[in-house]
Write a protein that binds this ligand. Structure first.
Ligand code: RM4
Ligand code: MN
Ligand code: MN
Length: 430
């Protein structure tokens, strides 16, 4: 049964909150008008903002030590879609879902497409998985997949990615995202160059199967599961691979996949400049790939990334059309709540970046006025755009206060009864 958030409940809650929202919205409109900014133009752009939900993010995450399952977790891709529909009902900013295969594999992909259509959801990038072995698998990925020293293992991994493209075509996706766990744990274990060559040769075979209107996104990650070296460890190896493959290959930036303190916004700028920015996996981290909720620790970093993205949009940079997606692990919160919060947090960074006075910033940069350049960014960042986000949601039929309305709906308690077996309590990074 498809459980959704009742439209009447959203409307009833919104009616209560609308008078205060109108007051705050008008006050913000006046403040922005003094800066020559038309709030309606910004709100329209906020309404257009979309970020995809990772299908695996709807379940409770864990660490390699333990996983503490939450109540009523989705047990299959159909239930993951139901939860995603709830997130979109309330946020109105998450109409796309990114699946992970074979986790989300079904026998009948046409049926899956019909189901997502019935929920008004679309499909974002397809994620392949060659970082773990499946039960019926012939060749192990223990020593890597696309870069494995065994040709048979490499062929099997290539085949899986080609199958992902085939399933993605039925779902209406236009992107394949490839992240591999390939790497090594001991100095000397792997010949760096030869491993990268094997990876590139495998990726060329996948690239050759890509439909003309698709993109192949390469995701880098500094460490884990390999702890000494990783084949696509950073944006350098990533862009080299993307350049080697061709124009349909681009780099994907997962915020948690860098060393602490790395200047990610600058990486974003470089990728934009060379038409190689494919997309993002948003999350936050303190130590390394913690997959914490987006913007929960470093909201200014997230804003600075959007400053680069909005700048590219403002300059009408050629070939600029990145995919936005969340990729987080929710260990102690209700994943639906974390995903709603995170989508709004990323949207907040986007909207705040729209407020940057770009002509003034250019002037300060050209005159080497470091202090005023920095203050120009800070002025936008410090503007509380909450009323714009709430108004954008309300106008599209979403909730002014999505978490409150979600809790009022008692959705989790209802699905907890319908989904008694949420799965084992073993470990699991995602
Ligand atoms: C990885 C990476 C990938 C995701 C897997 C589940 O760390 O972030 O994007 O597919 O986790
Ligand atoms: Mn990721
Ligand atoms: Mn990750």
């Amino acid at each position: 049964m498809t459980q959704r958030i009742d439209k009447a409940l959203i409307a009833e809650q919104n009616d209560k909150l609308m008078p205060a929202l109108l007051e705050d919205y008008d006050a913000l409109a006046r403040k922005l008008a003094r800066q020559d900014i038309d709030i309606e133009r910004i709100t329209k752009q906020a309404e257009l903002f979309q970020i995809a939900i990772p299908s695996w993010g709807t379940g409770t995450g864990g660490t390699r030590f333990a996983r503490f399952p939450g109540e009523g977790e989705p047990r299959n891709i159909f239930e993951k879609l139901e939860d995603s529909a709830v997130i979109n009902d309330l946020s109105q900013a998450t109409e796309r879902v990114s699946p992970h295969f074979p986790w989300d594999k079904v026998d009948d992909f046409k049926e899956l497409k019909q189901y997502s259509d019935s929920l008004n959801l679309k499909w974002d990038s397809i994620n392949s998985n060659t970082f773990q072995d499946q039960q019926d698998q012939q060749h192990s990925y223990k020593y890597g997949s696309l870069s494995n020293t065994s040709e048979a293992a490499r062929e099997q991994a290539i085949e899986h990615n080609i199958e992902c493209i085939k399933w993605g075509k039925i779902l209406g996706s236009k992107t394949l995202t490839v992240w591999v766990g390939d790497g090594s744990n001991h100095p000397g274990q792997q010949h760096f160059q030869h491993a990268f060559e094997r990876y590139l040769n495998s990726m060329k075979k996948i690239y050759a199967e890509l439909p003309a209107d698709w993109e192949l996104h390469i995701e880098h990650k500094m460490f884990e599961p390999a702890f000494y070296s990783t084949v696509i460890q950073d944006w350098g190896s990533n862009i080299l691979a993307a350049m080697e493959l061709g124009p349909q290959a681009k780099s994907l930036v997962d915020l948690g996949h860098h060393a602490p303190n790395v200047n990610i916004e600058m990486i974003v700028s470089r990728l934009i400049q060379f038409k190689k920015l494919g997309g993002f996996h948003f999350n936050d981290s303190k130590y390394g790939d913690d997959d914490l909720d987006s913007g929960s620790l470093h909201p200014y970093q997230q804003f600075l990334i959007f400053n680069e993205l909005v700048d590219a949009q403002y300059r009408k940079q050629e070939g600029f059309n990145p995919n936005y997606m969340l990729d987080q692990s929710h260990n102690v919160t209700d994943p639906i709540e974390s995903l709603i919060n995170s989508a709004a947090s990323v949207q907040r960074s986007y909207v705040a970046a729209l407020l940057v006075n770009r002509p003034a910033l250019t002037d300060y940069q050209l005159n080497n006025d470091a202090l005023m350049a920095s203050n120009t960014l800070k002025e936008a960042f410090h503007t509380d755009v909450t009323p714009i986000l709430a108004m954008a949601r309300a106008r599209k039929g979403g909730a002014i206060d999505p978490i409150r309305t979600y809790r009022q709906s008692a959705y989790r308690a209802t699905v907890a009864k319908q989904r008694p077996n949420s799965g084992g309590n073993g470990s699991g990074i995602v």
